[in-house]
Design a protein around this ligand. Structure first.
Ligand code: ATP
Ligand code: MG
Ligand code: MG
Ligand code: MG
Length: 467
């Protein structure tokens, strides 16, 4: 018998429940009252104030399966989707926490026990990394758990920037952070990529599956750190990455859940070749955008709503690339609900609304998509390697092509976009608009609806993208 994603979730929660953890439900993709963060990007987000000591819970150990989105801000994987085997925008994170209770030893030993004895991953394919200065974690791995030193890698500072290392985890530019230890799985020599810490570590051979963060600090806006009231543990493991290993496939996109979504995308776009990367993008984006609607984020021209719009339009453009000339994307929602509605009842409940929101956005974008693509094709017909900024701006302003969508098309063709030229064209139009007495876009930002409102680090970016 093979682990399904449902089995994997349940096994994880049971394991930590047996070890005194309280199982906590997934929180919204929209962080509650947190202006430093656009979306919930990890399981710890709902516990941020518990780490900081300003919120108390009736438990000191917790476990969850958290819906996460990495499509903006510090952790942004939108540009990886369709290109790597391991990244999604929306994914599920299995996590366990200690709030001032256990620390490194228990965390790493339990992780090892769960992986090797319960999920039964082959121990000889696992690697671990530790923060360069963390001798304690290094010794736990090598002396107590018995991982051979050749497979325990110290990860150093990033060019002198002490806290920019892969093994120093930060939720955002400020807030809880600390050194971490990560577990990798070697998918084998037939896949390109080097071991953690090596120059070609970014390949898909050694895939990071589980991060154990030893939360000890609160990062201040000036880059200094203050100790947390008590050392804590925060772990996160990608469900889809673990599922790939347990289902004996390499890519996250080959697991049961994704195969169903890819088949649905192929059906709706009449695509024969199931390996077409556009199908993976569409399958990823239907999850992200449906969960966003279920959590109240609707397409708009600012903040979270603009990220939502950008993801939907990217998906539609990939459908168009597959030859689809009419709305199709919303028709995947029932397939998604079939896969994920049991684990996420709020998604199932929102099915109708999700379909309506996506369909409306599709109808809107299909009005201009074909003409915009013609303009883009014409601009590149001479074999140019750079798309002029004015063209990208015209596509944005008149045809509703977000800049990143234009860049996505260009990237496929080995072309870059003149972003400085795009910005200049945007500034020029804004100045003209102000001169004509139009009311300022900044005010739109201030008065936007609560869920869509986000005025943290993305403010500049968001305002630069308003049509
Ligand atoms: P990577 O280096 O592969 O981009 P990460 O270091 O950014 O991953 P963490 O922030 O440490 O990831 O998150 C904890 C875990 O969540 C990862 O070990 C991985 O299993 C999973 N994960 C992170 N990003 C993604 C993603 N975009 N899609 C699917 N799973 C992810
Ligand atoms: Mg990452
Ligand atoms: Mg990493
Ligand atoms: Mg990591």
């Amino acid at each position: 018998a093979q682990f399904t994603v449902a089995d994997i979730r349940q096994t994880f929660l049971d394991f930590f429940k047996e070890r005194g953890h309280t199982v906590v439900p997934s929180s919204s993709l929209v962080p509650a009252n947190d202006p430093t963060l656009m979306f919930t990007n990890s399981g710890m987000v709902q516990f941020k104030d518990v780490f900081l000591g300003t919120d108390k819970r009736p438990y000191v150990r917790a476990a969850s399966v958290q819906a996460c989105l990495r499509a903006g801000g510090k952790h942004n994987d939108l540009e990886n989707v369709g290109y790597t085997a391991r990244h999604h925008t929306f994914f599920e994170m299995l996590g366990n926490w200690s709030f001032g209770d256990y620390f490194k030893r228990e965390s790493l030993k339990w992780a090892w026990e769960l992986l090797t004895e319960v999920y039964k991953l082959p121990a000889d394919k696992l690697w671990a990394t530790v923060y360069m200065e963390d001798d304690e974690a290094y010794d736990i791995w090598t002396k107590e758990i018995g991982l051979p030193p050749e497979r325990v890698v110290r990860i150093g500072d990033n060019k002198g920037a002490r806290y920019a290392s892969d093994n120093f985890w930060m939720m955002a530019d400020t807030g809880p952070c600390g050194p971490c230890s990560e577990i990798f799985y070697d998918h084998g020599p037939h896949i390109p990529g080097g071991p953690p810490g090596s120059p070609d570590a970014d390949g898909d051979r050694y895939i990071e599956i589980w991060n154990n963060v030893f939360m000890q600090f609160d990062m201040q806006p000036d880059g200094s750190v203050r100790p947390l009231p008590a050392p804590c543990v925060d772990t996160g493991m990608g469900l889809e990455r673990l599922a790939a290993i347990l289902q004996h496939v390499h890519s996250n996109y080959e697991i049961d859940l994704f195969q169903a979504l890819i088949a649905a995308a192929a059906r709706e776009t009449h695509t024969q070749d199931l390996a077409n990367p556009s199908l993976r993008v569409i399958a990823d984006h239907i999850r992200a955008t449906s969960f966003l609607v279920a959590d109240g984020v609707i397409p708009s021209n600012e903040g979270r709503g603009y990220v939502q719009r950008r993801i939907i339009r990217r998906a539609i453009r990939h459908g168009y690339k597959l030859g689809q000339k009419t709305p199709f994307f919303h028709k995947l929602v029932p397939d998604l609900v079939k896969q994920m509605g049991t684990a996420y009842p709020h998604l199932a409940k929102a099915q109708q609304r999700v379909m309506e929101v996506l369909k409306a956005e599709e109808e809107r974008f299909y009005e201009t998509l074909a003409n915009g693509m013609d303009i883009l094709d014409a601009a590149l017909a001479g074999g140019q390697k750079v798309l002029p900024g004015e063209v990208a701006f015209k596509l944005h302003d008149t045809y509703g092509f977000p800049l990143d969508l234009t860049q996505d098309v260009c990237r496929e063709r080995g072309v870059t976009v003149d972003v400085a030229g795009f910005d200049a064209a945007m500034d020029k139009q804004k100045a003209a608009g102000r001169a004509a007495g139009k009311f300022k876009m900044d005010r739109v930002l201030e008065y936007a609806g609560e869920v869509n409102k986000f005025v943290g680090y993305e403010k500049l970016e968001a305002s630069a993208k308003i049509t």
